[in-house]
Design a protein. Structure first.
Length: 539
């Protein structure tokens, strides 16, 4: 890999206090009412899908004894500081925990958008600036998060000592863009939504998913009834889709006033590029996920990136990046990802995955691409005997074929073959046997943690294979289609990754691979840099 990032220099700091003027003690109110799940619980649960426990810290005033008792009862980490000098509270917490990068949240926003946090985390891992401010633009009020470096937090001058700077933690960073690089990213997971475009264009202006007054609280509880009971981790996408179908539900708190500050305008001279990804149902979710991460990387490097799922002839003059396998479109400036007709030895193409069309020597550094989160060094210990299975879109029959094969080795006493103490399957249809732990889908960050904690990873040829290899797991492959069977045999021969069999032939296999030889392949996560070089060359 190109380097291991530490998780312990990035922290989520949530400022929380009981003494709200308009709505006292709101942070300990339950959503829904009488559920016992408070604002702080909702925030911690959501953050836990991205951060490890010791990265989530509540920052509270020293006098908030009720908050201290509550946080202790939950086992949440917290730091006490000045009630009035909130910036000082953050500075002392940053010094205490050794933070280099800070995600700043407030406790009156219980429904933060998890996907946005993921992409901001990815951005932080790519940013090289000492002083910076980072956030997502266009989100409903109260669902976003802001990030900044600790160096920016501690930046001082005669002009940053005003009362508003003490009360509002990052205002001194935003007011001086000539010192602190300002990154305002467009959320890639929302760009294909028509309703998001309306929000960006100002056609929608009163989406308040934050709590300052009791009307806001009633609004939050209504949203939970509509969305949270079926999906407790709903995000900005679901909130916008609810508005699209039932806009009147958001009228309840539309007239609540919000404190705003006039900030210096930053220059917007970004160059436009479209990234067209293959339909996840047809191509698998790996293409979509890596294109979203690619979007963040290119935005950080000065491009206005539009993530699209269909081609528009009228935009053929705009540079396009295609992650659609062999499908091509009439575009003047095109870059191709994993396209058999465009080998990576050309300037306008690269492979994010290895390909049979390119010869691979016995000892090689293999260029690939995935989210920078895949390189995070986790503190989660590996569980010996744990098998993680990624099944993607397998139907019920295919899922059963795979499960029946794997269960033969569950806690097997056969010393020749591995005996799995646990089998966790992500994707496919619900297992018939309860011995297999099952999740239809989980967040990308949680999925990476599952890989970290597993000894074995069983999947088909694709992005999960690469991420398992990059984390030095014992990876093995199955064939879910004719092309995946061909790719699986190629991976076994050239990459040292065992290929077991096609799904229909698994019942004929009486052994499970005992080792892999993929460690001889050195993976270098650099395929995306070629795309940036190409874009810079045509602009």
């Amino acid at each position: 890999m190109s380097g291991i990032h530490s998780t312990h220099d990035s922290f989520a700091f949530i400022q929380a206090r009981l003494g709200s003027t308009r709505f006292p003690k709101k942070i300990l109110k339950s959503i829904p009412e009488d559920s016992g799940v408070t604002f702080l619980d909702h925030i911690h649960r959501r953050l836990s899908t991205v951060f490890e426990h010791n990265q989530i810290i509540f920052l509270i005033p020293e006098s908030d004894e009720e908050s201290i008792r509550f946080l202790n009862s939950r086992g949440y980490l917290y730091f006490c500081g000045s009630e009035l000098d909130v910036r000082d509270r953050f500075r002392k917490a940053a010094k205490h925990f050794g933070a280099k990068h800070i995600f700043r949240l407030t406790a009156d926003n219980p429904f933060i958008d998890i996907n946005s946090i993921r992409y901001l985390y990815e951005a932080i891992l790519e940013i090289k600036d000492t002083y910076y401010s980072l956030s997502m633009s266009g989100l409903p009020l109260g669902m976003g998060v802001e990030c900044f470096s600790t160096a920016s937090l501690f930046y001082d001058s005669e002009e940053t000592q005003l009362e508003r700077h003490i009360e509002h933690v990052s205002l001194h960073i935003k007011e001086f863009p000539e010192i602190h690089k300002q990154y305002r990213l467009s959320p890639p997971h929302l760009q294909t939504l028509d309703i998001f475009r309306k929000l960006q264009n100002g056609e929608i202006s009163h989406l308040r998913i934050t709590v300052d007054e009791k009307k806001d609280f009633e609004m939050i509880c209504n949203i939970w009834i509509q969305l949270g009971e079926t999906n407790p981790f709903f995000g900005a996408e679901e909130v916008l889709q609810l508005y699209d179908s039932n806009p009147n539900i958001y009228d309840l708190n539309a007239n609540v006033e919000q404190v705003v500050f006039t900030l210096p305008k930053t220059k917007k001279n970004k160059r436009r590029v479209n990234v067209l990804y293959g339909n996840p149902i047809q191509f698998g979710y790996g293409h979509f996920e890596r294109c979203k991460s690619l979007s963040i990387y290119l935005q950080l490097n000065g491009y206005d990136v539009q993530l699209i799922d269909s081609f528009l002839e009228k935009e053929s003059n705009i540079p396009h990046i295609f992650d659609t396998r062999e499908i091509e479109y009439p575009v003047q400036n095109a870059f191709y990802i994993d396209n058999f007709n465009h080998p990576p030895n050309t300037t306008n193409s690269t492979f994010f995955l290895p390909h049979p069309s390119i010869s691979i020597p016995n000892e090689v550094s293999l260029s690939y691409y995935s989210s920078p989160l895949s390189e995070l060094k986790s503190t989660i210990p590996e569980s010996s005997g744990k098998l993680l299975v990624y099944a993607g879109q397998l139907d019920e029959t295919e899922s059963t074929q795979l499960d029946e094969f794997l269960l033969r080795f569950h806690q097997s006493k056969n010393q020749v073959n591995p005996h799995f103490h646990s089998i966790v399957r992500i994707g496919g249809k619900k297992p018939k046997d309860s011995k297999i732990e099952y999740q239809p889908r989980i967040s990308y960050s949680e999925f990476l943690r599952e890989i970290d904690s597993s000894e074995w990873v069983c999947t088909y040829f694709g992005q999960t294979m690469i991420e398992g290899m990059a984390k030095s797991k014992k990876v093995c492959l199955i064939g879910i289609s004719e092309i995946h069977e061909t790719l699986g045999l190629f991976a076994e021969q050239k990459l040292g990754i065992p290929y077991i069999a096609s799904l229909s032939n698994l019942n004929q296999i009486d052994h499970f691979p005992t080792k892999t030889d993929s460690k001889k392949i050195k993976l270098v996560r650099d395929a995306h840099t070629k795309i940036l070089s190409w874009l810079n060359s045509i602009n």
